[in-house]
Design a protein around this ligand. Structure first.
Ligand code: CDV
Length: 312
């Protein structure tokens, strides 16, 4: 027996600062219609899919910043995505900036949700690994202010039994950390969905675009292979107000192999039939965690954050 989820990775081209939410949602609806034509059960949108990648812009005006955040989900502008999900019986993954009042205080998170085929939110994740810096940094070629505008996600890396399998989420920089996948792997994850906004060049140093694309893929492919899970990585790509973001969105099998890859830097849909039972082989053999992991040797992973080399 096989358990196939037909997945559409919906890469999005650039969203300029001036583009409205409703115009962006129109583009997303066009991708959903295409995905429906191709029989998708699930469509995956990028990180912060509703707006430009605003953490590149420095401001001390929180009113200006809060305009990039959603205070409710669905909102008036995003409701059509939920309506389309119900109409097509197609789940979706959406990244957005979340502004929420919790425990009597205002919180801002870089968030993603999973919506099921009935158009209901069934899972929420808040980004744990926030890259960049909190204050204006004149030495950088451009700013990356996620540490200024977001708090570290407080929901951990849970998984959810939905869409006929065990689903997990992470967001952009999380994909570079083996801990991200392993925590979900230890909960039997079968498909990790994630979005990213990754500049083509490094804001702090010279690094070739080719190398940056290699790192984009090698980390997701390793996470997939080492935990025997599907990984769907979806970019926001192209030039946003002159700032280039890489594309390279991919669907990766539990073997670590890329089975579909975007070719453009625009709105582009790639589709693959993802058999969740393809996860079983790796989970039963080389990455049979119960048989082979040695937790007594892994203590430093959770005891220590930074590297401490031995004394000279
Ligand atoms: N949005 C991100 O998290 N971007 C980072 C960049 C700054 C390196 C990434 O890991 O792709």
């Amino acid at each position: 027996m096989s358990r196939v989820i037909t997945v559409g990775a919906a890469q999005m081209g650039p969203i300029q600062k001036a583009e409205s939410r409703s115009s962006t949602v129109e583009r997303m609806l066009a991708l959903m219609a295409k995905a429906n034509d191709k029989g998708c059960d699930l469509i995956v949108f990028p990180e912060l899919a509703l707006t430009t990648f605003f953490p590149r812009w420095y401001t001390e005006d929180w009113g200006e910043i809060d305009a990039w955040f959603e205070t409710s989900m669905p909102s008036n502008e995003t409701q059509p995505l939920f309506t389309a999900a119900r109409e097509y019986a197609m789940g979706f993954h959406l990244g957005y900036a979340e502004l929420v009042e919790e425990d009597g205080a205002t919180h801002r998170y870089n968030t993603a949700i999973l919506v099921d085929k009935a158009g209901e939110i069934v899972a929420k994740y808040r980004k744990v690994h926030l890259p960049g810096h909190a204050e204006y940094d004149p030495k950088r070629k451009f700013q990356h202010l996620e540490k200024r505008y977001f708090e570290v996600g407080n929901l951990g890396f849970p998984v959810w039994r939905t869409m006929g399998g065990v689903m997990g989420m992470c967001i952009c920089n999380d994909r570079r950390w083996p801990e991200t996948y392993r925590v979900m792997g230890l909960q039997g994850v079968e498909m990790v969905v994630l979005g990213y906004n990754t500049p083509t060049v490094n804001s702090e140093s010279d690094e070739s675009p080719h190398l940056r694309m290699f790192h984009n893929h090698v980390t997701m492919q390793s996470g997939a292979y080492q935990n025997s899970t599907w990984v769907i990585g979806v970019a926001k790509a192209g030039a946003e107000d002159g700032h280039d973001l890489m594309g390279g969105s991919v669907i990766i099998a539990p073997t670590g192999e890329i089975v579909a890859r975007c070719r453009t830097l625009g709105d582009e849909l790639i589709v693959a039939d993802c058999d969740l039972d393809a996860c079983n082989f790796g989970k039963r053999t080389i990455f049979n965690f119960a048989a082979h992991r040695r937790v007594e040797a892994y203590g430093l992973i959770t005891e220590r954050t930074g590297a401490v080399p031995p004394p000279e």
